[in-house]
Design a binder for this molecule. Sequence first.
Ligand code: SAH
Length: 207
Amino acid sequence: MVDWDRQRSRLSDRLRERVADEDVLAAIASVPRHQFVPDDKRHDAYADRPLPIGSGQTISAPHMVAIMAEVLDLSPGDRVLEVGTGCGYHAAVTAELVGTENVYSVEYHASLADEARETLEATGYGDISVRVGDGKNGWPDHAPYDRTYLTCAAPDFPAPLVEQTREGGVLLAPIGDGQQRLIRAEKQADGTLDSEDHGGVRFVPLQ
Ligand code: SAH
C-alpha cells in the first residue's frame, strides 16, 4: 500500500527551501493531490512537477501552487476568484487558507469543471464554487474579490478581473505571450495597478 500521507508531508518539507509561509506548507500537506490527478499519474502525485490532467491542460507543479499562494498573501475570510479550475487542486490549496466557502473558480472546459466539482466534493472541498465560462469575464455575481489569480497565461490582466477586485486587493497571473512573467499587482484607489515581477514562469495560455 502506498503511504500517501507520508509522501505528501515529505513534499511539503521539501518545499520549505522555496516557501517560507508555514500556513501555505500546511495547506500543501493537507490537500490529497493524488486524488486530483488522473489515476495513471497517481504515482507521481507528490513529485514536484506538473502533470497532464486531460483536455490538453496541465496541473502546475506543487512549488508553483505554493509560491502563488505565498505571493498572494491569503488570509482566512479573503474572498478569492480563481481563473482556470483545471482539476481543482489549486482551488483546494487556496481553500485551506481562506475557507472553502470563499473560493470562486471559473473553468473554460465543462468536462474539467464537472470532474473538478466531483473531486472537490469527494475530498471535502465541496463548498468551493465552480462555474463553466470564460474566466476573462470573471464572476461578477460574487465581486468584489480580495484576491484574484489566473492559472493560465494572459497577455495582460483582463479589465473585468481588475474591475472585480477590490481597491487594495491583489491580482496574480502569468503575463505574456510565449515568455511569461509571474506578476503580482495591487489595485490602487484610482483603479490602476502597482505591479511587481516574480520571475519567469511557464503556464498554458488562456483560451
Ligand atoms: N489550477 C489548475 C491548473 C489548471 S491549468 C489545477 O490545479 O488543476 C489552466 C486551466 O485554465 C485549464 O484547466 C484551462 O482549461 C483553464 N482555462 C484556460 N483558459 C481559460 C479561460 N478563458 N477561462 C477559464 N479557464 C480557462
